[in-house]
Design a protein around this ligand. Sequence first.
Ligand SMILES: Nc1ncnc2c1ncn2[C@@H]1O[C@H](COP(=O)(O)OP(=O)(O)OP(=O)(O)O)[C@@H](O)[C@H]1O
Length: 365
Amino acid sequence: MRASPPAQPEPQPGQRAPAGAAPATPLIETTAAKTPVIDTPVIDTPVIDPPVIETTALTKIYPGDVTALNGLTVSFGRGVTGLIGANGAGKSTLIKILLGLLEPTQGTAKVLGHDCVKDGELIRRLVGYMPEHDCLPPDITATEFVTHMGRMSGLPATAAKERAAESLRHVGLHEERYRQIGTYSTGMKQRVKLAQALVGDPRLLLLDEPTNGLDPAGRNAMLELIERIGQEFAIPIVVASHLLGEIERICDSLVAVEAGRLLRADTMDSFTRASQTLLIEVEEGTAALRDELARRGLQVRPYRRALVVSIAGEHTYDTVRDSVAALGLPLSRLEQRRHQVEEIFRDGEPGQQGQFDEMEAADAR
Ligand SMILES: Nc1ncnc2c1ncn2[C@@H]1O[C@H](COP(=O)(O)OP(=O)(O)OP(=O)(O)O)[C@@H](O)[C@H]1O
């Protein structure tokens, strides 16, 4: 198995190695991986640049008039992308459409350059999918199950067996691989789901709530594992979750959805960049300071227990200093704000929409 990204040029998303050659970046490197993938036809796909996933005005209305996706236009690039939103925001629906398992009511979706409605079968061969819910057969071993999933993804029998072993080793289940899945803990079952997503040498991983049901230690271990897979195999990964605080630390980008609509899609750096606002906190006299700053011509508004002032130039700092001094207030904090990721959602969690727009607008003023 590779311990570091490959030295040779990376294959483009959607591009399979030709028959008779080992894939350029095998997820799991075994001797069998170097044998021709005889069951899998050569797939002649275009070489494309990112985005890895692209949706345009994607809408899904379930029977009973339930709108799960509502005109979602978004793209996902390489690296680890968090698909974040409250329960019911539409994350699983989006993933199922991307896999060609559900048809959209309107709009289009592409994965690795392939249309999700027309090329669902091909996409499912290229993409490793870890479903949200437990769907594992309890009375067979992890080895048998993951090997079977390898066969389903088109691997010959020997290669499927070897890759299953490597895949289970990679997720930390090597010792326990001959135990029946029904005897596994929740954390081990989640790892089996991840192993079966990896076994087919995917070009993209879609992980739906991978930390579901895990205790804090198990969640950390799963997140570290996902981060390691992203780094070592250099394949794009989408992690759907309703726990922003949890996944933000392993993500390069975030796509935030609410009620089937896009709230914001951006890199983590952009989410946390310095804003053009000053945060001012005094131990007492906040209201008086607010009035004084406004009287001196600054745009000021409350933010939690502090005040936020738009930076109009160097003189803004002087005006704040002079105002605090004139009122004789104990200044406890004066800093240029950095955006917080949780500002996408009011109160810091999905389902509690949104201070970000408000803060952005204040910056722009
Ligand atoms: N088969 C279905 N029939 C009718 N409504 C559905 C169906 N599947 C999902 N929904 C509804 O569509 C909306 C989006 O559900 P979805 O499962 O995509 O959200 P989610 O963000 O993945 O949430 P969760 O993490 O709780 O699964 C919800 O209101 C849900 O009740």
